[in-house]
Design a protein around this ligand. Sequence first.
Ligand SMILES: [Fe+2]
Length: 202
Amino acid sequence: MPHSPKNFEHLIGDCKAFLSEKQLQAHFTLYQGYVKKLNEIEERLGKADPTTANYSFSEYSELRRREPVAYNGTVLHEQYFENLGAEGGQPSAAFKADVEKSFGSWDAFIADIKGIVGSGHGWALVTYDWTYGRVRTNQVQGEHHIGLLPNQSTLIAIDAWEHAYFLDYGTKKPDYLAGVLKHINWATVEKRHAMTRMGKAQ
Ligand SMILES: [Fe+2]
């Protein structure tokens, strides 16, 4: 079943205080490219012969090696666009309590996110870590894969690649991040966090 790119055009209005339409449209186009490539890879994998697998080269093996680039590029962008929204929301009490238990304080959690974004290109993820039962921050680089920790559920995804902000902010990455933090869609975060609470209760 092919994947269809989701429509995030509402963000042009919701986020106009910190991202221009030009910046967002360029980002949507890039995301749609990942969805297209994911479909192409899955379609070709469906026809490729796994018995030809080879470490040096085979079409099957090369498709397998590139699959995570398109898959992670698709899913992480969807998580990012879904957790952006209009300014003015507040984190839920349950999420805040879990953050404070995991990081000591809300301020320490925000400082940690800023630290990840300041550390390099890539994604800053806030996750629920099922192995250790805590909220965690995770820096992901490379082709959306280096540093991606196992057994995590994404609570917040922040795209800190230059293409996400450079048209509007140039090298002022901290200003972009400040805008993201003001425009988190806390209802989406609460929905994701509620899923982890349900999972824990089982
Ligand atoms: Fe991106």
